[in-house]
Design a binder for this molecule. Structure first.
Ligand code: GDP
Ligand code: IMO
Ligand code: MG
Length: 426
């Protein structure tokens, strides 16, 4: 069997959590391959909303095994809180959650360093979630990080002290206040908690599952435009959010990748700093934010909103090898009589292009729009054969431009508000 990959094509928050939960019954294994507690993946069913940060979004499906892969950075404190929040749902997390021993540990000083580095950047701050993502990946790449498997070592406390002492040296130069005794106590307590879980060699686990015919869904976090290599650097996260990241983040070979589900909102949002060509800094943007409830699932920050951006989507589709597109939050655009679609960029020298320029951070990009008539009717509880004509036109326009079929339309946050477009209807 192959590993199907589901990932965001924009700047995160596309609705990955909802769709992983929707698709999970089809899969034996759901595996997160990168990112950490910066992610906030929302699932809604039975009138309850759940936000997951590090636990894969297949956790509510009892038949699905959930894996936190080696590419993830794991904060034991956040993990403990997440598991405790799930207690009342009687999920069997001790038997259907598996954590890679090779996942990197986020220690409390990583969060402090994140804060210190952002403060030092001043106006140029990344707008990080301050969960310790950048500093923990820095230690991983710098070959001094701690990994989940290290918590089983009798020498763990010594290694923890060595790493945090190195961090204190850096923190001395910054103005960050903290109560170390408290932070350390919470961390070691959470590490004790983490020890009760199944810590595994997840690359063997996943490949053995594939060999015996199990289906595997790799769950991405963040979005392709926040990728460390291909995003608008330095306004990015610190991991590989693209399909290739699923290979390194889980230990699966490129030839094992099957479908690549590229998920996108029917418009665009971004939280944190960095370029956003189609951003609406006006009343339309406000209306979009309100209708889409665009406030961060992890930090509660208002998300920046704007029209859909096809040059960016084409770029993400290219980098990821997307085979199916999933369009989210179509219902939010019901508030507009006209819908704009950015098809090209005009650069400051007058050049018109469909490519993201290298200087995207400093370049003044003017979007060139095509305008379509809006559907202007609520879409809640819609079925496939009730798709309004204008929405269908929007879908067909995007498919034509992007060259990939849109096989799913989401019309609300609930699991049930999902329309699968079958091969016959496409
Ligand atoms: P993720 O990080 O990609 O999992 O996305 P988030 O959970 O951070 O943000 C998506 C938000 O949109 C959540 O609040 C979801 O409940 C909500 N959502 C998902 N799909 C839809 C949809 O089709 N329509 C509406 N209105 N909300 C949706
Ligand atoms: P999910 O998985 C949206 C953004 C932050 C910031 C930048 C770097 O829910 O889609 P970091 O904390 O990684 O140092 O922040 O990336 N960011 C996200 N934006 N959704 C996310 O995750 C994000 N994770 C990080 O806002 O701009
Ligand atoms: Mg999110």
């Amino acid at each position: 069997m192959k590993v199907d990959v589901l990932l965001g094509l924009q700047w995160g928050d596309e609705g990955k959590g909802k769709i992983v939960d929707v698709l999970a019954p089809k899969y034996d294994v759901v595996a997160r391959f990168q990112g950490g507690p910066n992610a906030g993946h929302t699932l809604e069913f039975d009138g309850i909303k759940h936000v997951l940060h590090q636990i894969p979004s297949g956790i509510f499906r009892p038949q699905t095994k959930n894996v936190i892969g080696n590419g993830v950075v794991l904060d034991p404190i956040v993990f403990k809180t997440e598991i405790e929040k799930l207690t009342k749902y009687n999920l069997d997390v001790r038997s259907n959650l598996f954590i890679s021993k090779k996942a990197t540990l986020i220690v409390p000083t990583h969060r402090l360093l994140d804060q210190a580095y952002e403060l030092a950047k001043g106006e140029n701050k990344i707008g990080s979630t301050l969960k310790g993502i950048g500093p923990s990946y820095q230690d991983k790449i710098g070959r001094q990080g701690l990994r989940v498997g290290d918590i089983l070592s009798p020498d763990f406390q010594g290694r923890f002290k060595k790493l945090t002492d190195a961090h204190f040296e850096i923190l001395k130069k910054h103005d960050v206040n903290f109560d170390w005794l408290e932070l350390e106590k919470n961390f070691l307590n959470a590490v004790e908690f983490l020890r009760q879980f199944q810590l595994i060699d997840s690359e063997y686990f996943i490949n053995q599952e594939l060999k015996k015919g199990s289906s595997v869904l790799a769950e991405g976090a963040q979005g392709s435009l926040l990728d460390i290599d291909f995003g608008s650097y330095p306004f990015v996260t610190s991991s590989s959010t693209v399909t290739a990241g699923a290979c390194t983040g889980l230990g699966v070979a490129p030839r094992c990748v099957g479908e690549v589900y590229g998920i996108f909102k029917a418009y665009s949002t971004r939280v944190g700093s960095g370029p956003f060509p189609t951003e609406l800094l006006n009343e339309e943007g406000e209306r979009m934010r309100k209708a889409g409830n665009e406030f961060g699932s992890t930090t509660g920050r208002p998300r920046r909103c704007g029209w859909i951006d096809l040059p960016s989507l084409k770029y993400s589709i290219m980098i990821n090898g997307v085979t199916q597109l999933l369009m989210m939050k179509a219902d939010v655009l019901s508030i507009f009589d006209q819908i704009k679609i950015c098809t090209k960029y005009q650069l400051s020298n007058g050049k018109i292009t469909e490519e993201i320029p290298y200087e995207v951070v400093n370049e003044k990009i003017t979007p060139i729009y095509t305008t379509l008539k809006g559907w202007a009717v609520p879409l809640t509880n819609l079925s496939e054969n009730q798709i309004p004509e204008e929405l269908l036109k929007y879908i067909l326009f995007l498919e034509e431009e992007l060259g990939v079929p849109i096989t799913l339309i989401s019309t609300g946050p609930d699991r049930s508000q999902t329309i699968h477009r079958t091969a016959e209807s496409i």
